[in-house]
Design a binder for this molecule. Structure first.
Ligand code: ADP
Ligand code: MG
Length: 522
């Protein structure tokens, strides 16, 4: 067995390739009671798995950037705690975000293997996952480094992809089915997904919490479980620097995508039949496509071909939205969660193989300097072009008056356009557009400009309005408000009889509370 040693990077271009970690959890109660055997061994960065049916010569070994032994407890010197996982992966990703790169962390694995524990974790001290630790660190660093000449803004969105449909977890009015669109300048994006302004860790923790509750509410209504959906938590982090000498303003924007993927088990392994199985095929479309995208990218790396094969990003919503994070403009890490138990041998081996392929992908990350100023300029140019096109087609009367240019809050007036190379190699030449298409594209582009131009104060107001709506809806669903009315959450009422939901998924358990009113309840 090759042991590359803990401190020697496996990939020579470590910075550019996808960081891959695997993590094995403790036995759960059922596995312990059935005297399950542990099929995973780890040494340094290497993880080995033993086929329980061929214990003699059935061992396969894989080397990763990190192999986390979380099967035992703190007393074990080899034990990898939540803190340790965050320090290795989360801290590095946060550093890249401050440098101005897009970053992405994906958790992959079979249901129950520890994805949500690794990403979100539990509320108790020392049990928090990567997402809350990263958010806390983000605001701590903003607090230390912020100054009149260096300001930061943080916006958050949280969505769920279930059966190829996108649901906004932060907007109670979103019933699922937001449109995923592609704009020639913006690339793929989710239309109308709320992006909420936050000013503290508490704000973000509140949003995370209500997003997780919205997942429960939706899942309870539709009788699904969270194991079948992908949860994507995105932080858009903007740094604005003012240089006193030249009086120039620069801006860096990075997108931090934190993804808790759906369970990777194949539909047939969970005993699904009939409609469930059909549903399963659709549910896993995003995951299957993710597998194909990863294999294709890995093969392209190996064959060193000039032009990579066709990469099927567009075949699923997840891969389409994560296009930049997978082999594109992003620093990416994947954590594959492993079950230690012999009964899960086949699934665990397939997770290890998947992680092994991911290791070979390289991303080409670039710093996102001043993207907004340039983007707005190019979007305006496109609006002008589309308006001229529509006028040329004799449709001038159908056009709304051009939106008034407005200065953005806290922003310098736009500088004369520097001769910078256009974003993504420049706007593609417009394909011949019919009047209806041109009109639609024009409206879409004007909407994007309006969103980009919204001031920070407007964003905060919108965030607050949505929060009130969310709370009203949750109250209606049975999620209680604390007496002060300000904080949402499940607060067991001391005097009122009530019911609390239980779910095998700890993230979804005890999220809903039903008060039993005076009188007869059926
Ligand atoms: P998944 O999201 O992959 O379906 P979970 O993260 O919900 O799985 O994990 C299943 C159960 O195992 C949960 O009760 C979780 O708290 C527990 N668990 C997972 N990983 C660990 C770990 N490293 N240490 C302690 N408990 C864990
Ligand atoms: Mg989970």
């Amino acid at each position: 067995m090759k042991d590359p040693g803990r401190d020697k990077p496996i990939a020579t271009m470590a910075g550019a390739s996808v960081k891959v970690a695997v993590r094995v959890r403790p036995f759960n109660a059922r596995e312990s009671s059935r005297q399950a055997k542990c099929v995973i061994q780890m040494q340094g960065n290497t993880t080995c798995i033993t086929n329980p049916k061929l214990p003699k010569d059935g061992t396969k070994c894989f080397a990763f950037d990190y192999s986390y032994w979380s099967h035992t407890s703190e007393e074990d010197p080899h034990f990898a705690s939540q803190r340790r996982v965050y320090q290795d992966i989360g801290e590095e990703m946060l550093l890249h975000a401050f440098e101005g790169y897009n970053v992405c962390v994906l958790a992959y694995g079979q249901t129950g293997a520890g994805k949500s524990y690794t990403m979100m974790g539990r509320q108790e001290a020392g049990q928090q996952g990567i997402i809350p630790q990263l958010c806390e660190d983000l605001f701590a660093r903003i607090g230390r480094e912020g100054s009149p000449d260096l300001t930061f803004s943080v916006e958050v969105s949280y969505m769920e992809i279930y059966c190829e449909r996108v649901r906004d977890l932060l907007n109670p009015k979103s019933r699922g089915g937001l449109r995923v669109r592609e704009h020639p300048l913006m690339g793929p994006y989710v239309q109308d997904l709320s992006r909420l302004a936050v000013t503290s860790f508490e704000d973000i923790a509140d949003l995370m919490d209500s997003g997780n509750k919205a997942r429960t509410v939706a899942a309870t209504n539709m009788n699904e479980t969270s194991s079948r959906s992908h949860a994507v938590f995105t932080i858009v982090f903007t740094q604005r620097r003012h240089d006193r000498l030249t009086d120039l303003h620069t801006e860096k924007v990075s997108r931090i995508s934190l993804v808790d993927l759906a369970g990777s088990e194949r539909a047939d392994a969970s005993g699904a039949k009939g409609t469930r199985l059909k549903e399963g095929a659709n549910i896993n479309k995003s995951l299957t496509t993710l597998g194909k995208v990863i294999s294709t990218l890995a093969e392209a790396q190996n064959s060193k071909k000039k032009k990579p094969d066709f990469i099927p990003y567009r075949d699923s919503v997840l891969t389409w939205l994560l296009k930049e994070s997978l082999g594109g403009n992003s620093r990416t890490a994947m954590i594959a969660a492993l079950s230690p138990a012999d009964i899960n041998y086949e699934e665990t081996l397939s997770t290890l193989r998947y992680a092994d392929r991911t290791k070979q992908i390289r991303c080409h990350a670039v710093i996102n300097e001043d993207p907004n100023a340039r983007l707005i300029r190019e979007l305006r140019q496109e609006v002008t072009r589309l308006r001229e096109l529509l006028c040329a087609q004799g449709l001038a009367h159908a056009l709304a008056p051009p939106p008034r240019r407005r200065e953005r809050g806290r922003r310098p007036p736009p500088r004369p356009p520097p001769a910078a190379p256009p974003l993504n190699g420049g706007p593609e030449p417009l394909p011949p557009l019919g009047p209806a298409e041109a009109m639609e594209r024009l409206q879409e582009t004007e909407k994007i400009i309006a969103e980009l131009n919204e001031t920070w104060e407007e964003k905060l107001r919108r965030t607050e309005a949505l929060r009130l709506e969310r709370e009203a809806l949750l109250a209606e669903m049975g999620v209680a408000l604390r007496e002060d009315g300000g904080t949402v959450g499940v607060f067991s009422p001391k005097k009122t009889p009530h019911l609390v939901n239980l779910n095998e998924d700890p993230l979804m358990s005890e999220c809903l509370l039903y008060h039993i009113k005076d009188g007869v309840t059926r």
